[in-house]
Design a protein. Structure first.
Length: 152
């Protein structure tokens, strides 16, 4: 025969009804529900199947319905078309659940930094310094850069 004491009964009820202690509180007959805040901007979670053949078209599809759009090419990095014409990676056709910003960075790859214009709600990319062409060395015209001789 099993004998349950007062302490044992309390412990047994917690094991049987683990959420019994977490009942929602009532306020004037209403229950308050705590919800996670809705993510906005680039923290919003997206689920997409991308069909476009290029990265540019894929970016457009990822941004559809998010409130953001691609910046105009003439306002972006001069080499942005190099990114946009790349073939869309087959391994990234099914996107999500993932944050929008993470999906955009993953698609662009390690050579590109995500640039966000929150005022106009536009996104673009810039090449990281490592992937930019080296600046041409400055050459001085003949005769410049040489200090004139001073006679005694």
């Amino acid at each position: 025969m099993i004998r349950i004491t007062g302490l044992g009964l309390g412990l047994a009820s917690l094991l049987v009804f683990p959420n019994a202690h977490a009942a929602p509180r009532l306020y004037d007959g209403y229950v308050t529900i705590d919800e996670a805040p809705v993510a906005t901007d680039l923290a919003q979670t997206i689920y997409r199947t991308v069909h476009g053949p290029t990265v540019g078209q894929g970016l457009y599809e990822l941004l559809t319905g998010t409130g953001y759009r691609l910046a105009e090419p003439w306002t972006a990095d001069p080499a942005i078309e190099r990114l946009y014409v790349q073939p869309y990676p087959e391994a990234q056709r099914e996107v999500g659940p993932v944050e929008l910003g993470v999906a955009l960075e993953r698609l662009a790859g390690p050579a590109w930094d995500l640039v966000v214009d929150p005022v106009n709600r536009r996104v673009s990319f810039e090449r990281r310094p490592l992937y930019r062409p080296a600046p041409a060395p400055a050459t001085a015209p003949p005769g410049e850069g040489v200090e004139p001789e001073v006679s005694p």
